[in-house]
Design a protein around this ligand. Structure first.
Ligand code: GN1
Ligand code: MG
Length: 366
């Protein structure tokens, strides 16, 4: 998109300063993101983002959730006397005309937030930053435990395993991209179906009323949090998917990305390995801040959560591969299959570590 178009979009928001440059930022697979620089030293830079309206059909709900969550966290941090709050929680800029936190232009949805400078996101973590991340995501859930409003479900059935399997089975039946016949696809489908029942246990417990939903982030990837130069966690970002869910979402999805020895699309399957050092550090940190509100059934099932997310992501990537690559941006024709296969290998590595995980969690509780 051209700079003058982007500049005019920014102009709809009540930002401060003079724009000097707008350029693409980051590598998110869903939204389009730009950094907006301002000339003045004492004015912030901004992040302009086009919200993917296909992925998030109800952008108004997304932004209402985000407003509720960020203002609740802001209030808590203020009460705790935390300094530099704009670095500790995202601040969205209202529009000039209606004061909403987003604007619509020709059917596209845009928002503007303050850029957090001198901060980095990471693609990989070490045990130390994993422990910090565990504490931070646990604290994020804890802070939101008493939010006074009911949040909306911004993507219906987002982490519902039964739904994701139905979606996959449906595309297998229709086979729109003519890929179901591939032998490697058939093999993967068999691995998926073999585990399907066990992996849907959270939904069953939810129905039986033994497992609660809480406000979760639902995309706790390591690159969705910002660290300062000293490796301290500043804040959690990418809040579009904040919604009520089982806590397994935040715990499991972090480990899925952070504890994989390689990136989620690394094609060398023999290099995919689940890192127990990251698991241990993250679990320790998470239990430190979340233990106070977690139920025994939630803690008992953390190893299940660790397996659930690579499994779910394998199902989702395979679904997109079989759909003809409509959801995730792909750099080459079987990119989605490679991603799915990578996640399946991660699952295999996790399954072999189950007893060690259980023993470690018990140890943390002593
Ligand atoms: C998407 O946009 P990004 O990269 O933060 C996806 C996650 C997947 C992830 C896999 C709304 O997240 O659920 O885990 O890709 N978000 C949505 O790379 O579908
Ligand atoms: Mg992201």
């Amino acid at each position: 998109m051209k700079t003058d178009q982007l500049t005019s979009i920014v102009g709809r928001f009540a930002y401060e300063g003079t724009i000097s440059e707008i350029k693409p930022l980051g590598e998110g697979l869903i939204n389009d993101t730009y950094k907006v620089k301002t000339t003045e030293q004492d004015k912030p830079d901004y992040v302009l983002q086009r919200v993917n309206h296909n992925v998030f059909p109800d952008v108004d709900m997304v932004m209402r959730n985000i407003e509720a969550v960020t203002s609740h966290i802001r209030r808590k941090l203020t009460q705790q006397g935390v300094a530099d709050i704009d670095r500790r929680v995202l601040r969205f800029i209202p529009t000039c005309d209606d004061g909403k936190l987003y604007t619509v232009i020709d059917g596209t949805y845009w928002r503007l937030m303050v850029f957090i400078d001198n901060a980095v996101t990471k693609q990989a973590v070490n045990p130390e930053s994993s422990r910090a991340a565990g504490k931070a995501f646990g604290a994020f859930q804890a802070m939101l435990a008493d939010i006074p409003v009911q949040l909306g479900e911004t993507i219906k059935d987002f982490h519902n395993m039964e739904f994701r399997l139905e979606q996959l089975r449906d595309v297998v039946k229709r086979d729109p991209a003519q890929r179901v016949g591939e032998e490697r696809v058939q093999k993967m489908l068999a691995e998926i179906e073999r585990r399907a029942d066990e992996m849907c246990k959270a939904e069953r417990m939810g129905r039986e009323g033994t497992l609660p939903k809480r406000v979760c982030h639902c995309d706790t990837k390591v690159n969705n949090m910002m660290f300062d130069k000293q490796d301290n966690v500043l804040c959690v970002i990418d809040l579009d998917t904040v919604m009520p869910n089982f806590i397994f979402s935040d715990y499991g999805d972090f480990l899925r990305t952070a504890a994989n020895e390689v990136a989620e699309d690394c094609p060398e399957m023999d290099k995919v390995r689940f890192r127990m050092d990251i698991f241990k550090a993250f679990t320790e940190g998470y239990l430190q801040s979340a233990r106070s509100f977690l139920l025994p059934v939630e803690i008992e099932n953390l190893p299940y959560a660790t397996a659930l997310f690579p499994y779910m992501q394998c199902v989702r990537f395979l679904w997109d591969y079989l759909s003809g690559d409509k959801y995730w941006k792909c750099q080459y024709p079987d990119h989605n299959f490679v991603r799915a296969n990578n996640q399946l290998h991660l699952l295999l590595s996790i399954e072999s570590s189950y007893p060690e995980m259980q023993a470690f969690i018990q140890g943390c509780l002593k």
